[in-house]
Design a protein around this ligand. Structure first.
Ligand code: BEZ
Ligand code: FE2
Length: 408
């Protein structure tokens, strides 16, 4: 049993309660008590205790969408236009997966940890990130991704997906959860989608999917025209029509609860209403969205539709770093029409509570019984806790505890 305390303990509950001179008593099984620090010291006299001056303790952060396998991109991929970016991904895929990928992925994990991230939703395209993630101190929701439009090789693609899933199951633990990702409506054949969703249902796994990220994707789904028409001719020598409409794709997920829909930049009220009914979550990746689509998600609209908003860094394929603190900072500046502290609180809840609300994982909020995963951030000397201070001034976490143990 141990006690930690700080000037502020931000519970990250729905009410956004913050304890001044707060303390948390915990062991490796979870949080035992949250109370004023001195009160805990008096109650548990012989228990090891540590107080962090000028700091706030929060739940450890969740980076709900990243592609660790693309960690070698530094200036290789084209930014500024979604179509040119996707062309560059196809052209440079092999280069990005070769060389010292393991070191780059390890550096990516370190960047996550240093920014207070204790939990990642990692999208795995090839399984190359399995070992490094399974051996990391992070908690991992490991999304084995299915992708493929070529009907002639669907069986091979599906077998490859199943094999990667099986391999990831060999690492399964309370810390490492194998799951399923569908790449996107433009890149997954309807027959492959059907098989993969049946598989997810049978295995009762969490699901993640890129959805309506670009105007090009929306045009393809609505009219089978534009960028993707030329894309399929150029790279697949195929004259294709979209496998789905916006509705038929979304409706394929209607039996699943709590799906993580990533991006949704081009979604509207009809799609948001459906996602709400499915108890889905939306993950936004502001820096990625700026770099590929020159746009930020309308987060007011997500909230008005009652959908929990989460945040991810995406991969270095569409970001310069995997620091979630950096992502929050950019978002704080991007949404200039929202009152600053209101926005800062929403952002903080997006990387804590929202990621786990309505799931079976006891994370995201500081409360008795939840797992002992904490991030500690240095603040300027202030009387009252403001979320904006954390996002503006903390460039790194001071400490990170996962399952009650320091990892920095
Ligand atoms: C495919 O593998 O079929 C694919 C990949 C990226 C975009 C579209 C299709
Ligand atoms: Fe992504």
């Amino acid at each position: 049993m141990r006690i930690i305390g700080a000037d502020f303990v931000a519970l990250c509950n729905a009410e956004f309660d913050v304890l001044k001179q707060g303390g948390i008593c915990f062991d490796t099984n979870g949080i035992l008590e949250i109370a004023p620090y001195m009160q805990l010291r008096q109650k548990y006299k012989n228990v090891e205790a540590q107080f962090y001056d000028s700091c706030v303790i929060t739940p450890s952060f969740a980076n709900m969408h990243l592609h660790l396998e693309f960690s070698q991109n530094d200036g290789i991929l084209h930014f500024g236009d979604f179509g040119k970016w996707l062309d560059s991904v196809i052209e440079k895929r092999e280069v990005l997966m070769s060389g010292d990928l393991q070191s780059a992925m390890q550096a990516g994990i370190n960047a996550c940890l240093k920014s207070g991230v204790g939990f990642v939703g990692a999208i795995s395209s090839n399984g190359l990130d399995l070992e490094v993630l399974a051996n990391a101190p992070l908690r991992v929701l490991y999304f084995n991704e299915a992708i493929g439009s070529n009907v002639q090789i669907l069986d091979v693609l599906y077998q490859n997906f199943q094999a990667r899933f099986k391999e990831s199951q060999s690492k399964a633990s309370a810390r490492f959860i194998p799951a399923v990702a569908v790449h996107s409506p433009y890149s997954v054949h309807s027959k492959l989608l059907q098989k993969v969703l049946e598989f997810a249902k049978e295995n009762n796994t969490p699901l993640s999917v890129h959805f309506l990220e670009s105007c090009a994707e929306k045009e393809w789904l609505m009219q089978s025209s534009g960028y993707f028409s030329a894309f399929y001719e150029k790279f697949f020598n195929a004259k294709l029509k979209s496998f789905f409409s916006v509705d038929s794709f979304l409706d394929a997920f209607s039996d699943f609860k709590g799906v993580y829909f990533t991006h949704c930049l081009e979604a509207g009220s009809k799609e948001f209403a459906k996602i709400f009914r499915m108890q889905g979550k939306i993950i936004t990746c502001p820096k990625s969205n700026r770099l590929l689509n020159n746009k930020f998600l309308d987060i007011n609209c997500i909230e008005q539709n009652g959908i929990p908003l989460c945040i991810g860094t995406d991969g270095k394929s569409s970001n310069d770093t995997l620091s979630l603190l950096d992502e929050l900072r950019i978002a704080l500046f991007a949404y200039a029409d929202m009152p600053l502290e209101v926005l800062a609180r929403k952002l903080l809840l997006s990387v804590t509570r929202n990621a786990f609300v309505d799931t079976s994982l006891p994370l995201g909020e500081l409360k008795c019984g939840n797992w002992a995963d904490f991030a500690v951030f240095k603040l300027p000397k202030v009387e009252e806790f403001l979320a904006q201070h954390l996002i503006l001034y903390a460039k790194e976490a001071q400490q990170l505890l996962i399952q009650g143990k320091e990892v920095l």
